[in-house]
Design a protein around this ligand. Structure first.
Ligand code: PEP
Length: 276
């Protein structure tokens, strides 16, 4: 990440929130932006349920908070009952689409092939893919983490041909660290996985602006350690950001931790610039 790049902090609301609740959350974010209480170095995004996209879009217009969908079907419009297309979520206000979340892979059978098709469809629709990758407990236990992550990243991007998104987001989310059954990871436990994701991304998508995020049981008590202890461009959060105050609290903590994180970089930059 360059010094000028914003730090991403995003949340998926998963299968929560009525229209009224989604609207109240968005109103609270708008008020915080207007009050100047969102740190400028942190760029927020929210992924509501598809039912609330348009309402949240209207409330967040002009705030700089990006909006995304949690999923969309890879095909064009047509006879696919119960699905929404990439262009439909874009029309409803999404600029990002999440693809391959652990819950979709494990509960709904989303495969690497489906993820690859969705990435192509997202890029054709002008959306920023947010590709989620992560190993299961069993894959980690047998020492397969790095192979799984490299495979998932490469496979996700394998059908793009020469087309490229304006920007690509990849979230490393170990399955064992996600959700109410998850265990919060320490930076040491996930640093190698992040490096593998970054390396695969650099090899597959050189020249395409991309950001590598970490997600899994991020909460107010561990966010500073994750920001300062990891080479990461952002955080992706579930439960701890299901209230606007939760997201805003994490944003403030990220900004404080970023200040600490940059100090050693600055020191080494000064040392490198003035070796005499
Ligand atoms: C997630 O499911 O992507 C996630 C990060 O959830 P949580 O923060 O609740 O573990």
């Amino acid at each position: 990440m360059t010094a000028a790049a914003p730090f991403r902090l995003g949340t998926s609301w998963k299968m929560t929130k009525t229209l009224g609740e989604a609207g109240a959350y968005a109103d609270a974010l708008r008020s915080a932006v207007e009050a100047g209480s969102v740190p400028p170095e942190v760029r927020l995004f929210v992924l509501p349920a598809a039912t609330a996209l348009a309402a949240v879009r209207d409330r967040l217009a002009g705030t700089g908070v990006a909006l995304g969908a949690q999923n969309a079907h890879p095909g064009p419009e047509g006879a696919v009952t119960g699905e929404v297309s990439m262009s439909m979520v874009r029309d409803a206000g999404a600029s990002i689409v999440e693809i391959g979340h652990a819950e979709r892979r494990t509960l709904l059978g989303e495969t690497d092939d489906m993820v690859a098709d969705k990435v192509v469809a997202a890029v054709s629709a002008g959306l920023t893919p947010l590709v989620c990758v992560g190993e299961t407990t069993a894959e980690r236990a047998r020492g397969g983490t790095e192979d799984v992550l490299a495979r998932q990243v490469r496979s996700a991007l394998s059908r793009l041909g020469s087309s490229r998104p304006d920007e690509l987001l990849v979230a490393y989310e170990p399955h064992w660290a996600i959700g109410s059954g998850g265990r919060a990871a320490t930076p040491d436990e996930v640093a190698d996985g992040l490096a593998t994701v970054r390396q695969a991304l650099a090899e597959e998508m050189a020249g395409t602006p991309s950001a590598v995020l970490y997600g899994g049981s991020v909460h107010p008590g561990n966010v500073a350690d994750l920001v300062t202890g990891l080479d990461v461009d952002g955080l992706f959060v579930g439960r701890a950001a299901w209230t606007a105050s939760g997201l805003l609290d994490l944003a403030r903590r990220c900004a404080e931790a970023l200040g600490e994180r940059r100090t050693p970089d600055l020191v080494s930059a000064i040392v490198r610039k003035d070796p005499r």
